[in-house]
Design a protein around this ligand. Structure first.
Ligand SMILES: Nc1ncnc2c1ncn2[C@@H]1O[C@H](COP(=O)(O)OP(=O)(O)OP(=O)(O)O)[C@@H](O)[C@H]1O
Ligand SMILES: [Mg+2]
Length: 621
């Protein structure tokens, strides 16, 4: 999985270089446009078509305005002092009507665009969340992944819609340009080419602007993420107590200000460059506009244009200049989005390997034995392996324990057994078959794993337990049985709304639980899942000694024949396990029953005696 992600990953620098080399190709532009339109079409085709139709209507109304201005002027010049003529009234009313239509269309379009924007955003979020929940766990070890995720969220997500908006604006501007252009040609054909040339300077400078924008976004992503992280720390509920206890407010605030300051400095520099570029482009266009108006004056002096025609031409030139600008701004917007869209497409492709997890034959519903066979694993980006040649075996129905010091590789081995990480060497087998022979999703569906750092969902107590198996509707009887087996019944029944109480102060009526009570809820979550293989990573760390003893003692009964892997630091707890594996520095250094290991007088015996002595001392004290 990791390898596939590596192949797909195109870093922003390469992306930009590719874009630079292809930037002249209209092919790239047409691909971007097609992708964006397909997406917007799929999200809200009715609105899309409606917006296009309104653009055309607005364009026609605009062209009509030019002709109406001409008619009004002609009617005014025709006045002979005997009061307003019918022709004047009619043309004024038509002009007013067309102006009103144009502004009404503008307002309606604004509302429709807002709705369409949200529809597109929803389908984009669907896709992005598919990636973030579907990629291999190892992606979450890599800052690169988070930088991309950030870029996608803060920039790329809105781009497909912007491209389409640019297209709609371009379509409208094009239609309006043609309409107003035709009206202008009917007054004087000379003026039109000059106006079209007027858009070119803006187009040229905006290419450069779009690359600047992408570079800026890439460069600022890490700083932005740090700033967001510092915001989370200062607004988080869990952090609030420590910030006060350690008096961290000023210190954290200072860090935040520094990060923000760095960003603002870079932003000011970036905006100055963009502003300079667009000023140059617009000045160029303005010069062409002056030339056009100069040409008009010459035409009037030369007697080629009537006074009414000249008045209408001035209105048309203003309208057309702004339409041509809109047209080129649309092109710019599409180019600017181009690099972000490619970044987004690359990100969305990351979900493809995840979809393969669901491919392949179904794993069997049970097994005679699970083995980790000489497995090795190094975390991406780490130098030292976390697990280096570990072999363990769990026969069906057994309760097997792993003990070992902090960092000895217990959790990593558990994740490998759970099919969450693929070992670099060696394999996890069920009755001799490598689990990679089956769809990984089906393997995982046969395993219940409760992590050391399980998630405390800010949802109801019922949800927090039933989340253990969402493949079927919640089963109240099973829910209560799991809660009872985990010893969580007391804690949940004393909540104001029982199982319906949200387990977080974030929401109205919510309550928080103690560390040990939470741990029981997590254990209930594991029991609730109807899986033949249960992995409990230090499920008792927050429990008091009596609770821990009860938990392990009742485990065999609770599991009803399921196979369990129990990770713990407390040797006394696991002494009745069928087999105990002792890990040190990523290796299994000893294994056997408690009695065998004590007789061997190795590391287990030494650590067991150490802990026992500590308990005895504590009791004597
Ligand atoms: N996500 C990670 N990325 C990189 N290295 C990691 C990651 N998680 C753990 N490690 C490293 O792998 C080694 C084994 O860690 P692991 O979490 O498996 O130990 P453990 O035996 O479960 O420890 P503990 O008793 O503290 O829970 C450690 O050296 C640790 O620093
Ligand atoms: Mg651990």
């Amino acid at each position: 999985m990791a390898a596939a992600e590596g192949e797909d990953y195109v870093d922003p620098v390469t992306l930009r270089a590719q874009a630079r080399s292809q930037r002249k190709s209209l092919g790239r532009l047409s691909i971007l446009i097609r992708q964006s339109v397909r997406l917007v079409w799929a999200s809200g085709r009715g609105l899309f078509v409606g917006l296009l139709a309104l653009q055309i209507a607005a364009a026609l109304a605009l062209a009509g305005q030019v002709l109406a201005v001409q008619a009004v002027l002609a009617a005014i010049l025709d006045l002979d002092g005997s009061g307003a003529t019918a022709a004047l009234w009619t043309s004024v009313l038509v002009l007013a009507g067309l102006t009103a239509v144009t502004s009404i269309i503008g307002a309606v379009q604004g509302h429709m665009q807002r709705l369409l924007g949200e529809l597109v955003a929803r389908s984009m979020w669907d896709q992005v969340l598919d990636v973030s929940t579907g990629v291999g766990l190892s992606s979450f070890e890599s800052p690169d992944f988070f930088n991309r995720l950030q870029r996608v969220q803060s920039n790329a997500l809105s781009r497909p819609y912007q491209v389409t908006q640019g297209l709609i604006a371009m379509g409208g501007a094009l239609a309006a340009s043609i309409g107003v252009g035709a009206a202008l040609v009917s007054i004087s054909p000379l003026l039109l080419p000059l106006l079209v040339v007027g858009g070119l300077p803006v187009l040229l400078t905006s290419r450069r602007e779009s690359r600047l924008e992408f570079d800026f976004s890439v460069a600022q992503t890490p700083v932005l993420r740090m700033r967001q992280y510092l915001t989370l720390v200062q607004t988080g509920r869990d952090e609030a107590k420590e910030i006060r206890a350690f008096n961290l407010a000023d210190w954290l605030h200072g860090r935040f200000d520094t990060a923000y300051g760095t960003y603002l400095g870079a932003l000011a520099h970036h905006l100055r460059r963009r502003a300079t570029l667009s000023a140059i482009g617009n000045l160029g266009s303005a010069v062409v506009l002056v030339l056009t108006l100069g040409a008009l004056v010459w035409l009037i002096l030369d007697g080629q244009v009537t006074v009414a025609g000249a008045g209408a031409a001035i209105v048309a030139i203003r309208m057309l200049a702004s339409q041509v600008q809109t047209l080129f701004a649309g092109v710019q917007r599409i180019f600017e989005s181009g690099l972000f869209l490619e970044d987004l497409q690359g990100f969305l492709r990351l979900a493809e390997p995840a979809k393969e997890d669901a491919h392949g034959p179904e794993a069997p519903t049970g097994f005679g034995a699970v083995t980790a066979d000489d497995v090795h694993f190094t975390y991406p980006g780490s130098e030292l392996p976390a697990v280096r040649g570990a072999t363990v075996e769990l026969r069906a129905g057994e309760v097997v324990a792993i003990v070992g010091e902090n960092g000895s590789g217990k959790t990593t081995l558990a994740k490998i057994l759970a099919g969450l990480y693929t070992p670099d060497e060696g394999a996890v087998r069920w009755d001799g078959t490598d689990i990679r022979a089956w769809s990984l999703a089906s393997v995982r569906s046969r395993i219940a794993v409760i992590f050391q750092d399980f998630v405390r969902y800010a949802l109801s107590a019922e949800d927090n337990i039933a989340i253990g198996d969402v493949s079927r509707p919640p089963d109240p009887a099973r829910l209560r049985a799991s809660t009872r087996a985990a010893g969580a019944t007391g804690a949940i029944e004393s909540l104001p709304d029982g199982y319906a109480t949200p387990l977080s102060r974030l929401f109205a009526g919510g309550r928080d639980l103690s560390g040990g009570q939470w741990q029981r809820v997590a254990i209930a979550r594991g029991y609730y899942r109807d899986a033949p293989f249960v992995i409990l990573d230090e499920p008792s760390a927050a429990l008091d000694p009596r609770a821990e003893y009860d938990l392990f003692a009742s485990l065999r009964h609770t599991l009803e024949g399921r196979t369990a892997l129990f990770i713990s630091h407390r040797f006394s707890t696991v002494r009745s396990a069928d087999r105990i594996y002792v890990m040190a520095e990523g290796r299994v250094v000893e294994h056997g029953t408690h009695d065998e290991l004590m007789a061997a007088d190795g590391q287990y015996a030494e650590l067991f005696s150490l802990q026992a002595a500590a308990y005895l001392n504590a009791e004597q004290a």
